[in-house]
Design a binder for this molecule. Sequence first.
Ligand SMILES: CC(C)(COP(=O)(O)OP(=O)(O)OC[C@H]1O[C@@H](n2cnc3c(N)ncnc32)[C@H](O)[C@@H]1OP(=O)(O)O)[C@@H](O)C(=O)NCCC(=O)NCCS
Length: 317
Amino acid sequence: MSLKILGAGMAHPGFVLSNSALSEIVETDDQWITTRTGIKSRFISTNESLLDIAMTASKNAMQNSGLKSEDLDLIICSTIQGDNITPALSCEIQHELGASCPAFDVNAACTGFIYALDIAKSYFDAGRSKNILIVSAEQMSKLINWQDRSTCVLFGDGAGAVVVTKGSNLKAIKVTAKGNSDLLEISGLTGNNPYWEGEKPDLFLHMKGKEVFKFAVNSMCNDIIDVLAESGLGIEDVTKVIPHQANIRIIRSAADKLGLRDDQLAVNVDRYGNTSSASVPILLGELMESGELKEGDIIVLSAFGGGLTSGACIIEV
Ligand SMILES: CC(C)(COP(=O)(O)OP(=O)(O)OC[C@H]1O[C@@H](n2cnc3c(N)ncnc32)[C@H](O)[C@@H]1OP(=O)(O)O)[C@@H](O)C(=O)NCCC(=O)NCCS
């Protein structure tokens, strides 16, 4: 299959919001958040635009790839909501990088990065691209209700990016969708149409946590089992599983069912919370930057979220 990672980068806002600081604005405490989610702190935007964060991640990935912006022939951005509805965040990144290639956004909620990789693969397979920048950038802080303790403690802001080129390192990929707005929903603008007679929902994230938890564990297990089968690899061949960072209990529960050793599991949910589609490439960027991943390592990426969507893939670094 036709894809290879040339470089990765990540970024987050400067402000670190700890659980104890959060407990000053909503009725919660460090012990509840830590034991139920594994989250200790998250990065929250104070004066950074999403474009600012996405650009830092993109520039890092470009630098690590050794490519120049004129080498790019596509930019795919995954985000639930960019700074603007239009232009797309990808178009703003293209402008800031000084690139001239096509650019578009995809929204598959927390699975957006895996969907973007799947699209990139199709462009390579069709012979339409040589080098693609994928940027997953999310500002969950503007989408959550800061008075709802059952959701506002879970999320954070950040961006991760990779530059991919044609290659044979993608061993298997799978994406799924099971349309369902009952378990996880963020409503869109209804505007000020004076003739509108329908509902005017609030614009915040609503979630049925327990049901989403079950969906997440099942999806992560099924998707990873499927991509392993497609690739002909066994769980013992995997150097690191890089799962969507929503909740340490989801990750550990799936890891137990899959028979993963602790050293095979990558985790940073304690420092970031859930950054939606940015979470997998942020963690990938951290592992590549620290030298923890080496050429030839086999990594499994897995994500799940709103939609409901899920996906996984296997890549040789
Ligand atoms: C949200 C989640 C952490 C809640 O954990 P849980 O064990 O299911 O907790 P519950 O919802 O049963 O709540 C238990 C109690 O804690 C309370 N509670 C909820 N949030 C709280 C908070 N931040 N601080 C303190 N107490 C809280 C609830 O009110 C409830 O109290 P009650 O028993 O008196 O009614 C968990 O369901 C989860 O992670 N779900 C998946 C979410 C997810 O990953 N979403 C994104 C997918 S991309």
